[in-house]
Design a protein around this ligand. Structure first.
Ligand code: PA5
Length: 461
């Protein structure tokens, strides 16, 4: 039961031009060890989540009340770090094609959008009075989540007929002290769970942000935390040269410095696809920064890209094998899939399928990944492979912990703050201004004036 990281193809043999090689890596390791010491000396709040049993206990207590009402569907309302963790969890560990009702736990869907077509259709179809809504917002002021909440409240209020019954259909996960949602919950008596202080959205999946939907949907939340705890313990106990999170982060930073800022996350497996989305946000939003810790303008950051194998072999691999050598690849593989699927042999005598005789989809997906890795290595492209022994909550917990740790270390190596997101905040404020939010009038005027000053270049197609 472990994650395994094979870094063999990530570093070039010694003397291969400017590409980071094992010598470059060894020379940079003391720098990495310093960053790691500082990180472990003052562990961030998210690193302590797997040991803080109180969050899971609070989720279980609230889930008991919620499940007593036998909801058919749980709808998570939130966006960004308040939604991607739950989406990834259910794609990886939830039922593949769940019915909206049945004997098991309720189906969980994550409504991480304000697309009027999608939101409108969902609310037309769901039985609002037999749903439970988990509104998640750390800041309590995100405009998308506020808008989703208004739509949901209106639908539930109409379906339930009175406020008290409607309120029971909501749980608000937010900051324990501040923000609009906290005030609303305190004033009107909505049940709440906390996003622990010091835990930012993209690092919050192991808090009630991910745990509460997991518990409601019947996932193994204990296993998730146990896997994360194991990875945090192992990375901290390892010598710096044996710490996989440090090795992965350091090698990526060295590749960035050598002109490879594009980092392709390449899971092989349909159920892993949203784990990749979760990782993309973590890596991009944590590391893409204008200023370093000294306040100097650096405009640094990797560009993460998602590819899901084998599907995207047929759309992206031409670029990867023959296009610019500006990328680093992390393949994610499952050692064992949940089931074996041998290929039937209805045309046993046909040469068309001879190579698939006595083979399984399991063998095929491994061969596809190995083949892609071999082709990229032959083209001199740096890659590594992260193996999950199997897809269960424990290994998904390890996956979350591994990339959180690596992201924090990469932030230290790049000399930036991986926990802020001023670029996202700027967009949020601009949207508030354009929606006419009081106090933002000047900003709205400036945006409109800047737009008007741009010479239009618009073509009809
Ligand atoms: O990771 C982050 O900090 C962001 O993606 C936030 O999670 C996202 O903007 C939503 O913010 P909030 O949880 O405050 O509503």
């Amino acid at each position: 039961m472990a994650l395994k990281l094979d870094l063999t193809g990530l570093l070039a043999p010694p003397g291969s031009g400017g590409a980071p090689c094992r010598e470059t890596f060894a020379a940079a390791l003391p720098r990495g060890a310093e960053v790691r010491d500082a990180h472990l000396a003052a562990p961030p709040a998210w690193r302590r989540l797997p040991e803080e049993g109180r969050h899971l206990a609070a989720c279980r207590a609230r889930a008991e009340e919620v499940l007593a009402e036998r909801p058919e569907l749980v709808v998570v309302l939130g966006i960004g770090g308040s939604a991607l963790g739950a989406s990834a969890l259910f794609a990886a560990l939830g039922p593949v094609h769940p019915e909206w009702s049945g004997d098991g736990p309720p189906r969980v869907i994550v409504l991480d959008s304000i697309d009027p077509d999608w939101v409108g259709e969902v609310f037309e179809r769901i039985p609002a009075d037999r749903c439970h809504f988990n509104v998640i917002s750390k800041s309590g002021g995100t405009i998308e989540t506020s808008a989703q909440f208004l739509v949901a409240w209106d639908a539930v209020r109409a379906a339930c007929g009175d406020d008290a019954a409607a309120r029971r259909r909501f749980t608000i996960t937010t900051d324990p002290a501040g923000g609009h949602f906290r005030r609303l919950a305190d004033e009107l008596g909505f049940a709440t769970l906390e996003v622990p202080p010091g835990v930012g959205g993209r690092f919050s999946v192991l808090s009630p942000v991910g745990l509460f939907p997991a518990v409601l949907g019947g996932l193994d939340a204990e296993g998730l935390l146990a896997g994360a705890a194991r990875t945090f313990a192992r990375t901290a106990a390892a010598a710096p040269e044996e710490d996989p999170a440090l090795a992965w982060a350091l090698a990526h930073v060295l590749h960035m410095e050598a002109g490879r800022p594009i980092h392709v996350h390449f899971p092989y497996g349909h159920r892993l696809r949203l784990l990749a989305d979760w990782f993309l946000q973590l890596w991009a939003e944590s590391l893409g920064k204008r200023l370093d810790l000294a306040g100097e303008e650096v405009q640094v950051g990797p560009t993460p890209v998602k590819a899901v194998g084998p599907t995207d072999q047929h759309s992206q691999c031409q670029l990867y094998a023959e296009g610019p050598d500006d990328k680093v690849y992390t393949f994610v593989r499952l050692e064992r899939h949940g089931r074996e699927l041998p290929l039937p042999e209805p045309f046993a005598d046909s040469p068309a399928f001879a190579h698939l005789r006595r083979r399984s989809l399991n063998e095929l997906i491994q061969a596809e990944r190995e083949g892609t890795e071999a082709a990229l290595l032959a083209a001199g492209r740096p890659l590594c492979t992260l193996t999950l022994c199997k897809l269960d909550a424990f290994h998904v917990g390890q996956y979350f912990a591994f990339f959180e740790e690596a992201t924090a270390l990469a932030g230290g190596l790049l000399g930036i703050d991986p926990y802020d997101q001023p670029g996202v905040e700027a967009g949020k404020l601009a949207a508030l201004a354009l929606m006419g939010c009081p106090g933002h009038e000047e900003r709205a005027e400036r945006i409109r004036a800047e737009r008007a000053a741009r010479e239009p270049f618009v073509l009809e197609c």
